[in-house]
Write a protein that binds this ligand. Structure first.
Ligand code: SF4
Length: 398
């Protein structure tokens, strides 16, 4: 067997400690015949001190370090590009195993800094307004790749070590992918974000955003108590079926019931569900949509985040006008809701989700297929329009 193959095999066999939850880390050390406290030591080194070289773990004996090097590693995804916007937004383009790229975005806001983390490469849910959805689905990210995004960002801000200022104060699972479809890796990663021996981010500052995978949302409350955001984007099922196709399986009423159960099950029952509503010009931004939304959410404790649609090349949707956005917000505010408008950040670095990775990497060639399909539909339309109604019926029947 060649040295290269031997090296490759031993690399595959190594356990990547980067994404191990506390329980899994304890189980790993117990499997080596070591005490539980070793798990705490290593968690602190990796996620509190930012150390990913066993030789720098000074409170671990030389013999154990040597053993660890044989059986374990702390492997991070690779940063391909870092873009810094004039407004302080920082975007990372990150290469994961298999060569695909994902995105992680840091958005500063006064004292707060929010990191938007991806959970999948691409997404299978194909929401009609989403650049990530147009790339199709490649695979789930591992827990190491999810928490690795937080590690990479923390490192870039010099946040590791004792008495360093906390730059990343909030995390939102709102990047590429549907987090509830990568359930266990996402839950493990969020628990590491909140763990006292890791990033120690308050459970009120870690938010999972879902488009509505109801059975997984029902299960989430048994395992964690992070904040919840629902990607709603429409005030009725007819429109939501078009914008967020998973709605056909889990309609709005079912989703809001599940969200309410989740919130009511939290130990502190003052939290609200964040409703994300992307305003798309001429599609879901009319005053009657705002009134319908206000009526729909009457019995759910919510705050509403209005997000102006950010146009991208594969979408025909238009940006919402400032007037329409203001009117929409006013209707909700008058109806008694907290309704904020998410300001567009990082315009100069394509910070909207999926844009950068989509431009770099379209492994499923979905964008290509999508373009080809759209061209075919356009051609068919042209053909039909050029015929009389009778000819058109005959043409379709052929
Ligand atoms: S909006 Fe979210 S769930 Fe929908 S396609 Fe995009 S990444 Fe997937």
């Amino acid at each position: 067997m060649s040295v290269e193959i031997q090296n490759a095999q031993s690399a595959i066999a190594k356990v990547n400690l980067m994404g191990l939850s506390e329980e899994k880390m304890v189980a790993f050390f117990e499997s080596l015949g070591e005490k539980r406290f070793r798990a705490t030591q290593v968690l602190k080194w990796i996620h509190q001190m930012g150390v990913i070289d066993f030789d720098d773990m000074s409170n671990i004996s030389k013999a154990l370090r040597a053993r660890l090097k044989d059986v374990a590693e702390m492997r991070l995804p690779e940063v391909l590009e870092q873009h810094d916007s004039a407004d302080g937004t920082r975007k990372f383009l990150i290469k994961v195993d298999g060569g695909s790229a994902i995105e992680t975005v840091f958005i500063p806001d006064g004292e707060r800094g929010t990191l938007c983390v991806s959970s999948q490469i691409g997404c299978s849910l194909d929401c009609s307004f989403c650049a990530t959805g147009k790339q199709g689905f490649n695979r789930d990210l591992t827990a190491a790749e999810i928490i690795g995004q937080v590690w990479i960002a923390a490192k870039s801000f010099g946040q590791f070590g004792e008495k360093r200022p906390r730059i990343i104060t909030n995390v939102v699972m709102m990047g590429m992918g549907e987090p509830l479809l990568n359930f266990h890796n996402v839950v493990d990663s969020m628990n590491l974000m909140m763990h006292d021996n890791c990033y120690c981010i308050s459970k009120r500052r870690v938010t999972l955003s879902t488009s509505g995978v109801v059975p997984a949302l029902d299960k989430l409350g048994e395992l964690t108590d992070v904040c919840l955001a629902i990607s709603l984007h429409a005030p009725n099922d007819e429109l939501r079926n078009e914008l967020v196709p998973i709605n056909k399986k889990y309609p709005i009423a079912m989703l809001l019931d599940s969200a309410q159960r989740y919130i009511e099950g939290l130990p502190d029952n003052h939290r609200k569900v964040t409703i994300e509503y992307t305003l798309i010009g001429g599609v879901n931004d009319r005053p009657h949509h705002a009134h319908e939304l206000a009526e729909l959410l009457r019995d759910v404790p919510v705050k509403i985040n209005l997000i102006p649609f950010n146009p991208f090349s594969l979408s025909d949707y238009k940006r919402v006008s400032n007037n329409a956005m203001r009117t929409f917000q006013e209707i909700l505010t008058k109806a008694g809701y907290i309704a904020t408008v998410r300001t567009t950040r990082g315009d100069d670095i394509d910070a909207a989700c999926g844009q950068l990775a989509g431009a770099v990497n379209d492994r499923t060639r979905r964008a290509e297929r999508y373009r080809a399909m759209s061209a075919q539909v356009d051609k068919l339309e042209e053909n039909l329009l050029a015929r009389t109604p009778e000819e058109a019926i005959k043409f379709v029947a052929q």
